[in-house]
Design a protein around this ligand. Sequence first.
Ligand SMILES: Nc1ncnc2c1ncn2[C@@H]1O[C@H](COP(=O)(O)OP(=O)(O)OP(=O)(O)O)[C@@H](O)[C@H]1O
Ligand SMILES: [Mg+2]
Length: 474
Amino acid sequence: MNYKLWLDTIIKYKNECIVIVDKNANVIYYNEPISNFFAQDTDQSEILGKNILDLLENFTEEESTFYRVLKTGEPIFDYMQTFITYAKKRVTAISTTMPLIENNKIIGAVEILEDINNFKKLHKKVTELQREDHYRLNLSSNEKNNGAVYTINDIIGVSEEINSLKNKILKIADSSSSVLIYGETGTGKELVVQAIHNSSFRRKDKPFIAQNCAAIPKNLLESILFGTTSGSFTGSKEKPGLFELADGGTLLLDEINSMDLELQAKLLRVLQTGEIMRVGGGKTIKLDVRVVATSNIDPLDAVNKGLIRQDLYYRLNVISLCIPPLRDRREDIEVLLDYYIEMYNRVLSKNVCGISDSCKKYLVSYNWPGNIRELRYTVEHMMNFIDRNIIDSDDLPNNIKSFDIVDIDKSEKDDLVIYPLKDTIKQVEINMIKKALTATNGNQAKAAKLLEIPRQTLFNKILKYDIKSNIRFE
Ligand SMILES: Nc1ncnc2c1ncn2[C@@H]1O[C@H](COP(=O)(O)OP(=O)(O)OP(=O)(O)O)[C@@H](O)[C@H]1O
Ligand SMILES: [Mg+2]
């Protein structure tokens, strides 16, 4: 076998540039595509035998991957470098450089370079294909038009909380029981409801309809939900409500805590009988609609404050899901950052490949009051402005830069700082209550026992300190 012939053939027809230098960084071999980096009619004598630095303008030994590999003996993979060739051509390439080692001695180095333009062309092609794919998928989902775009696979996270949430979604997807979902703003309540709908074999081809209950006058919301018969009130026509339109599918009642209490009573009746009556109409209509309600305040608090009727709460709370805020599952932050960087790379045709360690540390420590929504728009903001391929702290939007991070070194500093006794006792109480609630999975009676205080006292403290993040309802 003539291995040299094999090698020559492979190297000749490969698209990447291959350059080999000796131990002094003088070029001893290069293949055809390298002329793309210089001039088409490059003569061999212009390159062979020349030192690599003589072929590039203003390039130093420190900047040269060849010199670094010859010095350290360590390969450098997928390194992006920009240089100007002696033929005045500016080139940005991704390179991999490997040492050539014989008898434990570095005798040279080989570098494989790919012009970034090739990647860009490939990237453009992939984006086009994805767009076509997206268009095709949208067309087919429009044919079904169930109204829910998110599936369980769109819920990103590696935390125990997210894994358990996904398991629950799969378990409850096909039941008809009402669901109550609690989570701060931006934690993904709507995403979860859509995932429940699309995971249900029975309902996924039927409509998914969402209605926000906040800021809609009581009478209007009632007719929107239950429909109207002609003449039922000024100008009203024969019109089905959202319950009828969602028949067979899912109706999301967002921010149920904002719904008028009288209307909540009517909703309870519908949930109990499975029948609706249009506003102004005498006929009852039997329906099969799964109702999912969300609240961005703690539902128990809402009951205690008189915002949610207790009877409706019990009815809705048959299945309850709590989505913890992002600051309580920080292990999800990094995967979400990567996920959204990838997404905006596609959308904005960028080539960002990561975040610097210091910036990542900063983002993982940030408290994310707007949760995943805030994280998503932060990444979108940074991706719009960045023109490098690594996101750094300079790229952070101003509102994030001036945040109050959870100080990771706080315990060390705490040893040196004197805090007011009142604040310290309050903080200790909050921490201990949170611990007890976490240990008992949110069961207040058990938590009160652990803390050796009456249940009512615990309840009052939870309200007073506005402790909610760790309370679960199952
Ligand atoms: N686990 C997750 N993985 C990926 N994206 C997520 C996740 N959770 C939320 N998001 C995204 O965050 C944004 C906000 O989510 P969503 O609208 O479902 O929040 P919400 O809890 O309904 O907020 P609000 O109470 O303000 O209505 C959406 O763009 C959603 O796709
Ligand atoms: Mg929402």
